[in-house]
Design a protein around this ligand. Structure first.
Ligand code: 4AD
Ligand code: MG
Length: 479
């Protein structure tokens, strides 16, 4: 068997002293023809491998270069050097894959995130991205664990759909037509009847509508999958392809929805604090270092770990959109015209700068805003009795802004149909959705958590393109 190896994580944490073991990994550095820092991706830490002088061929030593893949068998011994408790005294060393040090883009030094984004196929091999993607995995696992423990059913909502759940028209079309020569009607328009699905289709922007169908039978469900938006937002918070977690609960109102979201976020952050401490510590130090470049007033008030602990231990602030507008309108920032978008009247859509002001400057904790004006929210949200607002909720996080968007759903058939017509949502085509309201409708609610926004929050990274393996954004679909 080839792969009779011990992972470096286990070597460093386990009880293998004085045992003969085999490890495999990639060379991070090689010093004095003697000391290899080997990393296999199982942990942020490297294993020090020691090659006894004179014991190995010169030709082999020459091939031990940064980036090369090695198989080492040796005895794990206590280390006298500083920086590690154990080291591997090599008996056998084999190069599995050479790496031309002249050409290997990753050198043993700090690279900029911009540079690493251009070599995203290799950035997994850095400490920062190793930590990020181990944390991403753990978060995904914790999310499934949370919902499983609560008795939610994991629903695979379709990726290809004929509906635009958010009604915002930001979809990517899906077709099997030759775009140079699609089948056309006599009047020159495209004949979708001849297209693969027999009608226009697109990539999903949200699994919510399908989740609602399932929730009104299974009770509590959640989706966790990729979603796609062709919004031309070239920001550090938007991706064209991002992952979303969307729970949907029957027999629930807006308050139940907020309670679930808050419990959920606290649970998964706690999970990471307990299970990914080494990687979090690494990212925390990285962030502190990076912030030293910034002026004092732009630095975070709390260190990363402290911030995460704070979130798990404190209640989120809950207030209405109307209250938030009052706070923003009367804020010094607004009066001194510090906002790019001034807050002058009720009804405006909140910009990320406003959200961040509320969270970072005013409340200094995560905030849940509820009861938004219906004009700025989606058609499916339940209308409040005031005739002006809907039972929506957004959760705003420090450093990021909106991280969750959710609502109680409009369960009253007549009210929903009327709203859909007002907003030009194709009522007839969405009969399947309305059927849930025709047959045994119940109050229900749900939300969507943007997985990469959560990743930003947890890792302290500042650009969303650095928390997904291969980011898709305007003019970029590399790898
Ligand atoms: O607020 P949104 O658009 O809500 C929905 O899609 C609802 N259907 C959710 C539901 O109620 N089931 O998106 C939800 C979240 C946002 O709060 C944000 O975190 C994330 O998805 N998000 C994005 N993340 C990265 N890039 C983008 N372009 C995003 N657009 C939304
Ligand atoms: Mg939203």
């Amino acid at each position: 068997m080839f792969n009779k190896r011990v992972r470096i994580k286990e070597v460093l944490e386990g009880d293998l002293l004085n045992r003969e073991i085999t490890v495999m990994g990639w060379v991070r550095t090689f010093r004095n023809n003697q000391f290899i820092a080997l990393n296999d991706g199982s942990t942020n830490s490297n294993l020090q491998v020691v090659l006894e002088l004179g014991k190995f061929d010169e030709s082999l030593l020459k091939r031990i270069t940064t980036g090369a893949a090695l198989k080492i068998t040796g005895i794990l011994v206590a280390s006298l050097g500083k920086g590690q408790k154990v080291e591997l005294k090599a008996q056998k060393a084999e190069v599995l894959g050479d790496s031309d040090a002249e050409k290997f883009p990753l050198q043993p030094k700090k690279h900029s995130l911009e540079f690493l984004r251009e070599i995203a196929h290799l950035r997994f091999r850095t400490n920062t991205f190793g930590a990020i993607f181990r944390i991403r995995h753990s978060l995904a696992f914790a999310i499934h664990q949370f919902f499983n423990q609560k008795g939610f059913v994991y629903l695979h909502s379709p990726i290809i759909t004929a509906s635009d759940a958010e009604g915002a028209g930001e979809t990517f079309h899906v077709t099997s037509f030759d775009l140079e020569n699609p089948t056309k009607n006599e009047d020159g328009s495209i004949n979708y009847k001849e297209d693969f699905f027999g009608k226009p289709t697109n990539l999903t922007v949200s699994g919510q509508l399908e989740a609602e169908l399932a929730a009104l039978a299974l009770g509590d469900v959640y989706t966790f999958g990729p979603t796609f938006r062709a919004e031309n937002s070239n920001t550090a918070r938007h991706l064209a392809e991002f992952w979303m977690i969307e729970p949907e609960m029957a027999f629930s109102d807006l308050e139940d929805d907020m309670n679930l979201a808050e419990e959920f976020i606290k649970y998964i952050i706690k999970y990471i604090l307990e299970n990914n401490r080494e990687d979090l510590d690494f990212l925390a130090t990285r962030l502190t270092e990076e912030e030293k470049q910034k002026p004092q007033n732009e630095r975070s008030e709390m260190r990363l770990i402290e911030k995460l602990e704070f979130v798990t231990n404190n209640d989120f602030e809950r207030l209405t959109y109307t209250e938030a507008i009052e706070i923003l309108k009367n804020s010094a920032a607004n009066k001194k015209k510090k906002f790019q978008y001034p807050v002058d009247k009720w009804g405006i859509d909140l910009q990320s700068e406003h959200e961040r002001y509320l969270v970072e400057k005013h409340f200094k904790k995560p905030v849940i805003l509820i009861n938004y004006p219906k004009e700025i929210k989606a058609f499916y949200m339940r209308q409040n009795d005031d005739g002006k607002t809907v039972a929506a909720m957004d959760i705003l996080a420090p450093g990021i802004g909106e991280i969750v968007g959710g609502s109680q759903r409009e369960e009253r058939l007549d009210v929903l149909e009327k709203r859909m017509r007002e907003m030009n949502i194709p009522v007839e085509e969405m009969n399947w959705y309305l059927d849930t309201r025709r047959f045994g409708t119940v109050p229900h609610a749900g939300f969507g958590l943007g997985f990469e926004r959560l990743m930003l929050f947890v890792t302290g990274m500042t650009n969303i393109r650095d928390v997904i393996p291969f980011p898709r954004f305007p003019k970029n679909a590399e790898f």
